[in-house]
Ligand binder design. Structure first.
Ligand code: G6Q
Length: 550
């Protein structure tokens, strides 16, 4: 691996090439190569990726692949799957891939195989979810569970919430799920108003079991339950997912009702672990297993396909090209599937918490850009909101379009319109509309020349705006698993190229500490001296408001 990413041969060659790429037009690339779609697309693990609508040619792609090799992507990938402690700042292995591997997997940490432990927990998840779903597991008044309330935040919320929503059509007909994450009790309050304490199961999901928001919500949920049932009956209504058995027991949840996982599973990579319990409850163990299998299929592809034919690597390299050489500061995610509406938020954490870093593994300040801002919403809604900026704004913002070829509903006509919009948007972003085209169109409508001249600049689209399209046959547990693993590995490859640790999150930790200090001050009458005037002023206003409430 070269010590300075920008000093390597491929980086410099890509910089030179990017000058020409800035003036090249994608519409010309398509015209000059009828095979472009075939050349710049591939299928893997049940997914299809079309990356042809990028300002990319074969020579650029070759250099990007050389960059990946220079940066040691293959070696790092093998180290990750091999259980190496690649999360160097926390001295931890990164083995979420072992969670979706079969019982025969050799994955090991510190020389200890992990498959037995992983599958022992999966077996417990299977038994427990079957009992709840069949109605054998009863609440304290003898009624079956109807509502699951997952209390967690960050990685202990975003994954299960996204996956539960994505697999909505697979839900058990008796069960509803709710996700409470915010310490703002409007969140918990809204959920509690929808559920009956006699038929509600709370899943307290926290890797550390010390996270302020989750513990506060869990305590308030417990207090709410104890207004209706007693301490012994709590066991029928509270289960925990954590790595911290002591804290779970201290909270009052029996270790028999705790589903463990391990420190080699990062929060934002934990939906595959027992953190996915609420997903397994909603879609059943078989469905959850298919989700894991989809992730495993993508792992197999990622570890074995040459980089030239490797979907996560290619998706990552296209992103590197757009970010570092064409200077795209943000990346939009546009799932054309209503059930994927939490997917952009999920990717926001996955990519921005993993690669939103400004120092390299050896602590040096980077001299290149790292993770772009990741954001988005479902199509077609976004088209009527921010797509204006994507088409005609001053920034070039690459878009990942994600769609399923087959819908899960039977309502006639809609899916055709949905896909037509999805494909039309990527075509329009790529093609744009030249001034000459606009002029011909307006003149053809019989508009007087002065009106044509006035309108042309407004109706001209620069085009040449990059996008990828990812197609699923249908949104199923398996294809969702493959999609999530695709983005995990994309994030990994980009982190390796940028030379950062994708598996720590010190930025998250800082906020946790600062909030504790201010909370103590809000709770006391002492003036706060140690802050800037803005923070002190805001604290004083909140204290006054609390006093006036009595
Ligand atoms: C994810 C982060 C972070 C974490 C939450 C919740 O990678 O580490 O989002 O998941 O802070 O942490 P706990 O699961 O420990 O409550």
């Amino acid at each position: 691996m070269t010590p300075d990413i920008t000093g390597g041969g491929a980086w410099q060659a890509l910089l030179d090439r990017s000058q020409a790429a800035r003036s090249s037009q994608m519409r010309d690339l398509f015209k000059s190569d009828p095979q472009r779609f075939n050349r710049f697309s591939l299928a893997a693990a049940g997914l299809f990726l079309d990356y042809s609508k990028n300002r990319l040619d074969a020579g650029t792609l070759d250099l990007l692949l050389t960059l990946a090799r220079e940066r040691g992507v293959e070696e790092r990938r093998n180290a990750m799957f091999g259980g190496g402690k690649i999360n160097s700042t926390e001295k931890r292995a990164v083995l979420h891939t072992a969670l979706r591997a079969p019982r025969t997997s050799p994955a090991a940490v510190d020389g200890q195989a992990v498959a037995d432990e992983v599958h022992a927990v999966l077996d417990r998840i299977r038994l427990f979810t079957e009992r709840v779903r069949s109605g054998e597991w009863l609440g304290h008044t003898g009624k079956p569970i109807t509502d699951i309330v997952n209390i967690g935040i960050g990685g202990s919320d975003l994954g299960p919430k996204m996956a539960s929503q994505a697999l909505r059509t697979y839900h058990h007909p008796r069960l509803r799920c709710h996700f409470v994450s915010n310490v703002d009790a409007h969140d918990l309050d809204a959920a509690l108003h929808q559920v009956d304490p006699a038929t509600t199961l709370f899943v307290i999901a926290s890797k550390t079991f010390t996270t302020q928001e989750t513990m506060m919500n869990a305590r308030s949920a417990r207090a709410w339950f104890l207004q209706h049932g007693n301490q012994q009956q709590l066991a029928r209504h509270f289960v925990a997912v954590s790595t911290n058995i002591r804290a779970v027991e201290e909270f009052g949840i029996d270790s028999a009702n705790m589903f463990p996982f391990w420190d080699w599973v990062g929060g934002r990579y934990s939906v595959w672990s027992a953190i996915g319990l609420s997903v397994a409850l909603m879609i059943g163990y078989e469905g959850f297993r298919q989700f894991l299998d989809g992730g495993f299929a993508m792992d197999q592809h990622f570890i074995s396909a040459p980089l030239e034919k490797n979907m996560p690597a290619l998706l990552a390299l296209v992103g590197i090209w757009n970010r570092n050489f064409l200077h795209a500061a943000s990346q939009s995610i546009a799932p054309y599937h209503q059930d994927l509406r939490y997917f952009p938020g999920y990717l926001q954490q996955l990519e921005m918490e993993s690669n939103g870093k400004r120092v390299t593994l050896d602590g040096k300040t980077v001299t290149h850009a790292t993770c772009p801002v990741v954001w988005g919403d479902v199509g077609t809604n976004g088209q009527h909101a921010y797509f204006q900026l994507l088409h005609q704004g001053t920034e070039t913002i690459p878009v990942d379009f994600i769609a399923a070829l087959r819908p899960a509903h039977g309502i006639d006509g809609h899916h055709r319109v949905l896909l037509a919009n999805c494909f039309a948007q990527s075509e329009a972003l790529m093609l744009g509309k030249t001034a000459a085209e606009v002029e011909a169109e307006l003149s053809g409508q019989g508009l007087p020349p002065e009106q044509v001249a006035a309108l042309v600049p407004h109706k001209t689209f620069p085009g040449n705006r990059p996008s990828n399209t990812i197609l699923l046959d249908a949104l199923t547990p398996a294809s969702l698993g493959a999609l999530v693993a695709l983005y995990e590995h994309k994030t990994f490859v980009q982190g390796v190229i940028w030379g950062v640790n994708s598996f720590d999150q010190w930025g998250v930790e800082l906020g946790k500490v600062l909030a504790k200090n201010i909370e103590a001050e809000l709770n006391s009458d002492r003036g706060s001296q140690s802050h800037d005037s803005s923070t002190s002023g805001l604290i004083a206003m909140a204290r006054d408001a609390a006093r006036s409430l009595g």
